[in-house]
Design a protein around this ligand. Sequence first.
Ligand code: COA
Length: 180
Amino acid sequence: MEIAIRVNDIEFRLVQGTKDDKPVFRHLMQLYKHDESEHNGIAPDSHGLFDYDYLDHYWTKHGIEQEGRLAFVVKAAGEIAGFAMVTNYSSFLERGDHTRSLAEFFIMRKWRRRGIGKAVAHALFRHFPAHWEVKQERTNTAAQRFWQNAISEYTNGSFKHIESTPPGHDGYIHLFQSRS
Ligand SMILES: CC(C)(COP(=O)(O)OP(=O)(O)OC[C@H]1O[C@@H](n2cnc3c(N)ncnc32)[C@H](O)[C@@H]1OP(=O)(O)O)[C@@H](O)C(=O)NCCC(=O)NCCS
């Protein structure tokens, strides 16, 4: 699956990652987790690597069919610009074909603040008409502002914004319906 998007005259492609692309996600995950560590305090393991428990699940039968897992690389003129990982997991909505959630979402630093994250998010919302759940950690205020901006623009203000506290997710959650 491939989704083409254009942002300020630059052509981007959201390319679904195959099993052969797993190392790409594993490597980019290091950059993403390092960015996240500023907010959630996670540390690398004794080899200096950040672990990501669910990577393999994006290419198992169960992960794809039961958990709706799909991983996309964001590409700009053949260059890797980020990734987006989608599941059907939800804390607040019934899990299934009509539910989608952004498990992980990452735009590389050189491409940030050009509207690319927003365009990628909107393309995914359009491509997967569903009840969407998007979570942000309490301390990641940049992500909170980004999602507030991207989702309020996409839905024209028609979304729910929920605060969630432990033992569940600690932070904020946007819930809305997307259409093709
Ligand atoms: C959050 C992230 C995806 C944003 O991607 P991006 O391509 O830079 O976002 P956009 O350029 O589309 O931003 C759209 C709007 O969101 C808001 N926004 C984006 N990044 C922001 C930031 N760091 N601080 C405050 N607001 C921000 C702004 O309103 C922005 O519009 P503006 O640039 O005209 O002011 C990117 O910074 C990233 O990958 N961060 C690290 C990983 C992460 O936190 N992912 C989200 C997990 S929930």
